[in-house]
Design a binder for this molecule. Structure first.
Ligand SMILES: [Zn+2]
Length: 77
């Protein structure tokens, strides 16, 4: 039947061995986020996302970064 302790009913903390606790947490580690290099400018970007540095995706300019920067500067002034 396998080990069903802690799955079917509440089990006191003191009854769970360090080994069993470690087995449960074996898959609990955080994984690194995947990053790719932008083929246009070489900046690091997330896969399936528009490059935040140059605004390119799939070898096309999707977002005009330089125009956006000008708009931000105008808002500040
Ligand atoms: Zn880029």
């Amino acid at each position: 039947m396998g080990d069903l302790r802690g799955k079917l009913m509440a089990v006191p903390k003191s009854k769970i061995s360090k080994s069993k606790r470690g087995m449960r947490r074996a898959h609990a580690s955080l994984k690194c986020e995947t990053i790719n290099e932008c083929p246009n400018c070489g900046e690091i970007r997330r896969p399936h996302h528009v490059c935040p540095a140059c605004g390119f995706y799939n070898a096309m300019e999707i977002v005009n970064i330089s125009e956006q920067e000008q708009e931000i500067e105008e808002d500040v002034a």
